[in-house]
Design a protein around this ligand. Structure first.
Ligand code: NAI
Ligand code: MG
Length: 366
């Protein structure tokens, strides 16, 4: 029997509560599909700062490097908010682990669950059947370019008066575009065979190169249909006709903005999983934060964490049947009417309003 090593990083806030449900579901999926998981838990974020003074201890990073996959919950909260920039912040642990593991691909699936169709602010007929995957480049582009701020003696003001100037640069290397494009085409192959490549090629040179490289990669995937779309049009199309999208691949900042927009098609942050893939160990986590406002109460929605376990099985271990089991179980639990507070609806029965652990148990049972 295969054994996979899972590095478990609860973080802080609701992290420990929701990750317990992810682990529960992972164990159940392993038992059903004859795979064993060995769990090793480590500190990250606020919990790590409290215990060790740093948001990403070396032992945590080393454990993540040698594991077969990392399951992370969330970090951050007012307890560690400080204006003193010499003090460590929990979120720094997150950025550090992503960059240390070379996680250049961020996957965010956006899928509407029929039972939650009225949770979105958009009309049910628009979001019905939405099932798209944002593939965001995560370690290049505008967020990693040369940046600066300086005082300019002449030319900062409208009339040449002294003042401040600031700049950020958007730069890509060919290989960075090529590897993210390949990820997108590979994914499209096992999905519905469509890639939308998002750029601003009518204005930006990086986008013109992006487009050329994506088309060159596309030649290796004649079975996948490629569409170029400008980012501003994409912002509109995502809410006008989201069902047209299968895989959407894009630059770091475009992806940051578009994925938040797309997440609202489903209506709840508590339902959205993510995967970050790269050259080393892949990392799976919910898209939401540590929800300090509800931490410790046992009421957080564990489904985003559980759906990140689904992604782990699918992308790290090729356990497609087990991943499908989880997706089906989550849909069944929702169809039956079970809800945590964040996804409760007008018609939710009082006896079907459940806490974090019960929701995890329901998924395991189904
Ligand atoms: P948040 O995502 O933690 O919470 C936003 C709102 O959604 C809150 O009202 C919260 O109660 C609710 N919510 C989030 N997840 C939920 C769940 N699973 N079930 C039920 N309700 C849920 O974002 P916020 O409040 O902006 O940030 C809180 C802390 O989390 C900050 O320190 C922030 O930096 C950090 N953060 C961490 C992230 C991560 O670990 N990847 C991502 C985003 C924020
Ligand atoms: Mg963002």
């Amino acid at each position: 029997m295969a054994t996979y090593r899972i590095c478990v990083l609860p973080g802080d806030g609701i992290g420990p509560e929701i990750i317990a449900e992810g682990v529960k579901v992972l164990k159940a999926a392993g038992a059903r599909h004859d795979v064993a998981f060995a769990f090793e838990e480590h500190l990250i974020g606020g919990a790590a700062i409290d215990a060790t003074g740093t948001a990403l201890p070396d032992v945590t990073l080393e454990a993540a490097r040698v594991a077969d996959a990392v399951l992370l919950a969330a970090v951050g909260g007012p307890a560690w908010d400080t204006t003193d920039s010499s003090q460590p912040r929990p979120e720094a642990g997150l950025l550090a682990i992503r960059s240390a593991l070379g996680l250049y691909t961020n996957l965010r699936p956006v899928r509407t669950f029929p039972a939650l169709a009225d949770a979105s602010t958009l009309k049910p007929e628009v979001i019905e059947g939405v099932d798209l995957m944002i593939v965001r480049e995560l370690t290049g582009g505008l967020y990693f370019g040369t940046r600066g701020r300086f005082h300019d003696e002449e030319g900062a003001g409208a009339d040449g008066a002294p003042g401040q100037r600031a700049y950020d640069t958007l730069e890509y290397r060919e290989y960075e575009v090529e590897r993210i494009a390949r990820q997108a085409f590979e994914l499209a192959r096992v999905r519905r065979g469509r890639v939308h490549s998002i750029d601003k090629a009518n204005v930006l040179d990086t986008s013109r190169m992006w487009r050329e490289v994506v088309h060159r990669v596309a030649a290796d995937y004649p079975d996948v249909e490629l569409t170029d779309m400008l980012v501003d049009n994409t912002a509109m199309q995502l809410v006008a006709n989201p069902r047209q999208f299968d895989v959407v691949v894009t630059e770091n900042m475009f992806g940051d903005i578009l994925s938040d927009e797309a997440s609202m098609l489903t209506g709840s942050l508590g339902m959205l999983a993510s995967a970050s893939l790269g050259d080393g160990t892949a990392l799976y986590e919910p898209s939401h934060g540590s929800a300090p406002d509800i931490a410790g109460k046992g009421i957080a929605n564990p489904l985003a964490q559980i759906l990140s376990v689904e992604m782990m099985l699918r992308y790290s271990f090729g356990m497609v049947a087990a991943a499908d089991d989880i997706a089906r179980a989550v849909a069944a639990v929702l169809d039956e009417g079970w809800r945590t507070g964040d996804i409760r609806q007008q018609g939710t029965r009082a006896d079907q309003l459940v806490g974090t652990a019960r929701m995890g148990d329901l998924v395991v049972e189904r």
